[in-house]
Write a protein of this length. Structure first.
Length: 112
């Protein structure tokens, strides 16, 4: 894929992690499935241009797994693959790929 988003836009590939069957064994047709609101950042722009002309870099990077709103971005199709182009401010959060480590160590540091 050869696309470079401009300014504070990012290109996202949706991650399909939905089960095709319910717990009781019913098969869910494609037309009834909701599109996932989770994706992987494929490409990022150079950053947001401020009013004074400075460019501020983005917080997300290529390879990050993100959460976004149901109606975020614009859908595009490149080489048979579907992608979303959205602004960085439409990203709700970045998923930590390392998992959750015990929160007790951070609370003990705050008390010290």
């Amino acid at each position: 894929m050869n696309i470079r988003p401009l300014y504070d836009r990012i290109v996202v590939k949706r991650l399909d992690e939905q089960d095709e069957t319910t717990a009781s064994g019913l098969i869910i047709p494609d037309s009834a499935k909701e599109k996932p609101q989770q994706g992987e950042v494929v490409a990022v722009g150079k950053g947001k241009r401020l009013e004074d002309g400075k460019v501020v870099g983005l917080d997300v990077q290529a390879g990050d797994r993100i959460l976004f709103g149901k109606y975020s971005g614009s859908e595009i199709k490149i080489d048979g693959q579907e992608y979303l182009i959205m602004r960085e401010d439409e990203v709700l959060g970045v998923l930590d790929t390392q998992g959750v480590t015990g929160g007790s160590s951070s609370s003990s540091k705050a008390k010290a």
